[in-house]
Design a protein around this ligand. Sequence first.
Ligand code: ATP
Ligand code: MG
Length: 561
Amino acid sequence: MSEAEATAADAPSNFIRDIVRDDLASGRVASIVTRFPPEPNGYLHIGHAKSICLNFGLAKEFDGRCNLRFDDTNPAKEEQEYIDAIMEDVRWLGFDWGEHLHHASDYFVQLYDWAEHLINEGKAYVEELTAEEMREYRGTLTEPGKNSPHRDRPVEENLELFRQMRAGAFKEGERALRAKIDMASGNINLRDPVLYRIVHAPHPRTGDAWCIYPTYDFAHGQSDAIEGVTHSVCTLEFADHRPLYDWFIDNLPVPARPRQYEFSRLNLTHTILSKRALVQLVEEGHVTGWDDPRMPTISGLRRRGFPAAAIREFCARIGVTKQENVIETALLEFCVRELLNEQAPRRMAVLNPIRVVIENYPEGKAEQLEAINNPGDESAGTREVPFSRELYIERDDFMEDPPKKFFRLAPGREVRLRYAYFITCNEVVKDKAGEVVELRCTYDPETRGGNAPDGRKVKATLHWVSAAHAIPAEIRLYEPLFREETPDISEGLARAINPDSLKVLSDCRLEPSLADAPAGKTVQFERLGYFCPDAGSREGNHIFNRVVALRDSWAKLKARG
Ligand code: ATP
Ligand code: MG
């Protein structure tokens, strides 16, 4: 068995992969071509990642190719910013379309000619009914539609009117080109679908060349055919469009016969995967932008610190089926945690500091202690962290009057400072309001490195930073953007949003090795979770995003109700 065969056999299968494999084995296709066809009307989200991994993944596995094709047929909603962001996101996810960057707009001339072809064949006509009237004529799921009064125009008149449409003789909505199929069809998509509509808007790529634009249905399959796409994979809502997809392929002189296959789209708990809703989140200011770390967008996940490899792993684990389902966000976070546990260097940071003074440690002295970068990966090596008389520990790691199960620092108690010494708390200093502001402690110089030569044990090991050496930082903690598992946004986004989705801690302290942590390079803060330096950090203003907590604290919270 060749190496390629071995990996093909090992990869988890799915029904689309099985179809591709059978088509190659039977010789129905000589090699496969897939495509990822985003409409540039928003940023990509994690649902798109599923489609990207599937389409590019199949091409890679079976030595075919995957095109990136912008489905840019609606200039009213599409923008260059989105086109650029989509390319950046696909690349970041680890995929490469090589020379095969295409646009439906590349085919506008060909599609136009094919529209005239249908007119000439008596299979398309120019409509004058308004959109509203067309809806009335279309019928319903249970009642057939009725023919438009314009359905039987002579070919010559249709051609003339269509050319006038193209020349700009009409306002938006005054005319449309429709296929002449069957107004009584059980499939509403076949009731004389619109092929061209008038849109007086400049197009990001074709400028003012056109004022009529093909619909998704008229553009998609033909674009596939032009590009030699063999397997046109899309989500289930297009299953009812497949007969129309095939009708165009059957009735036009296309150069190839692509086939469409549908799978169920990804739904995730506590978020929404619909560009329309995501545009609204951005435009109504519920988030700071498309790349807000709470967004399910690829750019948001990237800024939050989710590794591309973890997203690919997630997509592999959820599989590809025709069943509608909702995947737990916890699974995505699990994949992130699993990967970061292997890869992220360990560092120490204190989110909510309380000052500790080591009374028997000399003033002005500092020493460097050795800390392990990754206990699971010896090759990651060690680093030095400074220790001195004044430190910060986590406020939560101290209790003046601890309940039974609290093993961390308390008056009279000894604990270990990680990589450093055993310390004992002797005195608690409070401010006028009675709040603890400082802990007076002593250390045992014999315990350097964190072990007592006499073998005595302590029940807790705390993280810490040296006060004089620490870097102040802002740390942002995230919770799901939506309160409900399946958000109901029918009464507006504001009512569905989790008001506690962002918590900003502005008085955090980091160990000095984090001074020049590059944006996007995630680390583990010991005992706290994984944190990613934010792209908005500047010199002297360090911002870290929490990627995920060490364990799934959200699930725990929920379980407690
Ligand atoms: P949205 O509903 O979010 O606006 P869309 O389907 O209109 O998404 P497109 O830009 O047309 O967005 O999508 C490009 C490709 O990604 C399509 O093939 C589409 O089927 C697929 N896709 C979109 N959303 C999902 C999802 N949640 N899960 C899997 N694939 C998806
Ligand atoms: Mg779409």
